[in-house]
Design a protein around this ligand. Structure first.
Ligand code: ADP
Ligand code: ADP
Length: 229
């Protein structure tokens, strides 16, 4: 599961100012889509509509053919794993930081999630800053590594859809690449990935949607979009 369809979606926070005029796109199950476009284009709004923080004012959004209006908030929350921009790590190993929220997970499941997020080489380490109490050498995690802990934590819950709203974050290109490589592997493992992104440097996505003036101005792979422009 995890196929997403935006079908002629319209949206306005305020009836005087339409944000999304007519947005249609399809994300087949297990594919990765990146939503890009200038600041204020409505990328985060698309993420919020998918989570049903707001209802569309026109058209519809479906997940596996079902209108999300007819899905309970609980089912929607289990279907969509949200990877937060800022991950709070607590005073325990990365292993337990990943396991957080899935107490019943087996070690093998935790390791599998860590491997997908490409952090399996330091699962047993403690995050930096917590080491003195335990007397072990801590691990200074980069922003990208922290985010990959969040990705592992979210995929351990096995949602069919993973949502990242990076519309306002400014990651350096190295971190960016690390996260995209991890997401690429997650997506190939049959999780649908939706990423709202500020930059057009997204290269791995199966499909890139360019939002402009409330519509999908362009859609294609990175190569296709480069060739057109
Ligand atoms: P992006 O993620 O592409 O930068 P957003 O989806 O955050 O764009 O915002 C799209 C437009 O909607 C912007 O003009 C923004 O000011 C407006 N907007 C965002 N959130 C709200 C809100 N809660 N109430 C009213 N307007 C909003
Ligand atoms: P709660 O149901 O506990 O009130 P929230 O509605 O605040 O939770 O948020 C639920 C999840 O959705 C959190 O992980 C949060 O990071 C994420 N989230 C909140 N706002 C957005 C947004 N605009 N886009 C994407 N994810 C969001």
């Amino acid at each position: 599961g995890g196929a997403i369809r935006f079908d002629h979606v319209g949206f306005a926070y305020d009836p005087e100012r339409v944000i999304l005029k007519d947005v249609s796109f399809d994300v087949p199950a297990g594919k990765m889509v990146a939503i890009v476009g200038p600041s204020g284009a409505g990328k985060s709004t698309v993420a919020r509509l998918l989570l049903r923080f707001y209802d569309v004012t026109g058209g519809k959004i479906t997940i596996d053919g079902q209108n999300i209006r007819d899905v309970s908030q609980h089912s929607l929350r289990s279907a969509i794993g949200v990877v937060p921009q800022d991950t709070v790590l607590f005073n325990d190993t990365i292993f337990y930081n990943i396991k957080y929220g899935r107490a019943d997970a087996t070690d093998a499941e935790v390791y599998a999630a860590a491997k997908l997020a490409q952090i399996d080489d330091f699962v047993r380490a403690l995050p930096d800053g917590y080491n003195t109490m335990v007397g072990e050498r801590g691990l200074k995690l980069s922003g990208g590594e922290k985010q990959r802990v969040a990705i592992a934590r979210t995929i351990l819950k096995a949602p069919p859809i993973l949502l990242l709203d990076e519309a306002t974050s400014a990651l350096d290109s190295h971190t960016e690449r690390e996260i995209q490589d991890a997401l690429d592997r997650v997506s190939k493992d049959r999780t649908t990935v939706v990423i709202a992104h500020r930059l057009s440097t997204i290269i791995h996505a199966d499909s890139i949607l360019v939002l402009e003036a409330g519509r999908v101005a362009e859609q294609g792979t990175h190569g296709e979009l480069i060739a057109k422009n």
